[in-house]
Every structure is written in C-alpha cells, then in structure tokens.
Design a protein around this ligand. Structure first.
Ligand SMILES: Cc1cc2nc3c(=O)[nH]c(=O)nc-3n(C[C@H](O)[C@H](O)[C@H](O)COP(=O)(O)OP(=O)(O)OC[C@H]3O[C@@H](n4cnc5c(N)ncnc54)[C@H](O)[C@@H]3O)c2cc1C
Length: 365
C-alpha cells in the first residue's frame, strides 16, 4: 500500500522552473513538496550554460554561479568545412557563462529555505483518481495536492501521462573540451547546413569550453557523429584541444509554447511548457520566469480560494513571449522549408537572430 502525503502544491521537477515555482509558493507560507528524480539536484546538466545577464538582476538570484561575462557573440556560417571557410559576423552580447549545477542547486536550496519539502530521488510515475504517484527511494508515495506545477523538462512525463505532445524536440549533444586560449569572453555559433534547424556552439568557460551541436533529428543523421565532426573542425581551427572533460546530451523543445499550459489544476512551466526559444533553444531565463509566475498565481489562487486566478498565468506568458515567439516561429518555419535546398547564406541572414534580416517579418510563414 502506497504511503500518503498531502500538500497545497506538488512541484514536479527541480530544474530552474520548478525550484523557482516552489520557492514562490513556499514563501507565501503554503505547503509545498518539490520532487526530482535525480539523486543530486542540478547534476548532470545538459546545458551550454549561457544566460542573459539581466536574469540575475530581474530575479535577485545568487550570483555565485556566474563564471564570467560573455561580451561578444560571433556567428560563422560554414561555407566550406574542408577549407575552413566561413562567413562571419560579430555582435555585442550581454551574457554570462554560469556553473549550471551550482545555479540549479542555489534555486533548490532557496526553495527549501523558504519552507518547501525538497525530495530528490523521487520520480513522478503517474496519476490515480485523486493523487500523483511517486517512486521515492524504493517507496511508492501517493501525493494529494490542490495544485500541481509540472516543471519536468522537455520530455515531461506529466504531459505524456495526459497524452499531450512532446514530439517537438531538438536534440543537443555537448562536450566540455580544453580550450586553447583560456578565459576568452567571445562565444561562437556555427551555422552549418548539416545541423538541420539548429547550430553548433563554442561557449568558453575558463580553461575549457562547452562545445555542442543541436538540431532536429532527420534522415538518421547521428548527433554523436555530428558532434565528433564539429569537434574535429574546432581542433583544426586551433580553438580547442583534443580530449574532453565531460559529455552530455538532452532535448530542447523546438516549436514554441506548448498549448495548453494549464490543464485543470496542473500548470506547466519551463521546457515542459515549450518555453525554450524556437531559434536559439535558450530556455533557462524563461524557465525561471515561468516558474516564478506559475508559483505566484497558484499562491494567489490558494489564498483567495479563487481557482480562476491561475488562468492569468497563460496571459502573462503570452504578454512576455507571444510576440517574440510568434516571430521566431515564422523564421523557424522558413528555415525548415528552405534549409536543405535554399541559398544557405541567405537563409541564415534571414533567420539567425543576430543577423539584420531576422527583424524582417515573414508574410508567407
Ligand atoms: C545540450 C543543451 C544545451 C543547452 N544550452 C542552453 C544554454 O546555453 N542556455 C539556455 O538558456 N538554455 C540552454 N538549454 C536549454 C535549458 O537547459 C532548458 O531550457 C532549461 O533547463 C529548462 O529548465 P526547466 O526547469 O524547464 O527543465 P529542466 O532543467 O530540464 O529540469 C527538469 C527537471 O525535472 C526532472 N524530472 C524529469 N522527469 C521527472 C519525473 N518524472 N519525476 C521527477 N522529476 C523529473 C529532471 O530530473 C530535471 O531536474 C540547453 C539544452 C540542452 C539540451
């Protein structure tokens, strides 16, 4: 027989979205349980660890996870890999490279110190009529919660249990490689026709760099092989040294907000709500924002005993991301249509976020 727990809010997933949501609700004095299937929250991260620098000030986050500033974003359109020929542009960038495990742990610790009961090694496995079922270190636990915040990532099992789609994902493969010139503050993005609907990246840390590729799976093209070729090219370019210190992979929702973001008493946030940017795949800032407001509206609904308050959650998400993501999606559709056959340089000019053509509206997409 399953153990029984009761709470005001069950938050599933202790990534940036879930931990921020749990902190928000718990700091209102409400009863919150935050669960994650990982044995140690924050590890292993599947992440390039690049965030916009206003993230820390907007949410008054602990800055001890910042490694260094990224002042410049260079984009190289791969023209001829064998001859190492590129078309390059460079723009100013206002970002930080962060230590993602530390960043996630900070948020989980904030949730715990605000009063949330945090349980690692605890996996959501499904629903009964009145409860969520968890597998937690050998125990089966049925949690009866008034609200559920589902922040369980791109391949959300809460979504799957509700038969909602999760098949919009890009795959990302990454290594941490020793860098040739340590402590650079320039991030480099490589747009390559081989990375369908995605790109390669080199984000410098101190003595290492996060080197990865992300794209939509197509025609059996192996992400591991693509990462191997990309790594070899960066070695030939004299940017990284052979060998790698860590390796990771993961999924990124690639087609914008996954509607509905509210189902009955369940609010989806972060990647589970499809909030990663459709062109860049960046999703950490959006996860913190959506967790923050999901927590805020759930706390309001509980305190006012007015369940309709949670409907504001979707409105606020749309106010913040609706316009930008609508535009990004039209660019993404153009990319997917023309990626394999169109003029690639022209396509990148029109659809990559740091080129001038990105601002132009698409009529037909
Ligand atoms: C290779 C790669 C590189 C990336 N690089 C960047 C980048 O540089 N910058 C950026 O902004 N974004 C990046 N992203 C995207 C970013 O990592 C996500 O957008 C962000 O992590 C979303 O946060 P989240 O809290 O919604 O989900 P997650 O961080 O994925 O957290 C979800 C949590 O839910 C837990 N969980 C899952 N299922 C269950 C379950 N059944 N029960 C309990 N717990 C569960 C997981 O263990 C996890 O801790 C990258 C993604 C990938 C894959």
């Amino acid at each position: 027989m399953a153990k029984q727990l009761q709470c005001d809010v069950l938050v599933i997933g202790a990534g940036p979205a879930g931990s921020r949501a749990a902190m928000r609700v718990a700091s209102e004095g409400l009863d919150v349980i935050l669960v994650d299937c990982k044995t140690r929250i924050g590890e292993r991260p599947h992440c390039g660890e690049f965030v916009p620098y206003q993230l820390f000030s907007e949410f008054a986050l602990n800055r001890n996870s910042i490694i260094h500033r990224i002042d410049n974003l260079e984009t190289r359109i791969v023209h001829d890999k064998s001859k190492l020929e590129f078309k390059t542009n460079s723009v100013q960038s206002n970002g930080f490279l962060i230590d993602r495990p530390k960043f996630d742990r900070n948020l989980a610790v904030e949730a715990a110190t605000s009063g949330a009961l945090v349980m690692s090694s605890s996996r959501f496995t499904g629903f009964t009529d009145h409860a969520c079922v968890l597998k937690s270190i050998g125990d089966e636990i049925a949690v009866n919660a008034k609200y559920i915040i589902a922040a369980d990532g791109a391949h959300s099992s809460v979504r799957k249990k509700l038969s909602l789609f999760t098949e919009d994902c890009t795959v990302g493969y990454q290594i941490e490689a020793p860098i040739v010139e340590p402590s650079g503050s320039s991030a480099i993005v490589f747009l390559d026709r081989d990375f369908f609907g995605g790109y390669g990246w080199l984000f410098p840390k101190r003595a290492t760099a996060n080197v990865g590729v992300g794209f939509l799976p197509s025609n059996g093209f192996s992400p591991a092989a693509a990462l191997g070729d990309f790594r070899a090219m960066l070695i030939r370019l004299g940017l990284i040294k052979p060998g790698w210190i860590a390796r990771t992979s993961g999924f990124i929702p690639g087609l914008g907000i996954r509607f509905p973001v509210i189902v009955d008493n369940i609010l989806f946030c972060g990647d589970a709500a499809g909030l990663a940017h459709p062109i860049t795949g960046a999703g950490i800032a959006q996860a913190v924002f959506s967790g923050d407001i999901a927590g805020k509206f759930v706390a309001k609904a509980l305190k006012s005993k007015d369940s309709s308050t949670i409907n504001r959650y979707q409105d606020v998400l749309l106010e913040r991301y609706g316009g930008a993501y609508g535009h990004a999606l039209s660019k993404k559709k153009l990319q997917l249509e023309l990626w394999k056959t169109g003029d690639f340089v022209e396509l990148c000019d029109q659809t990559w976020i740091s080129f001038k053509g990105y601002k132009k509206r698409e009529r037909n997409f």
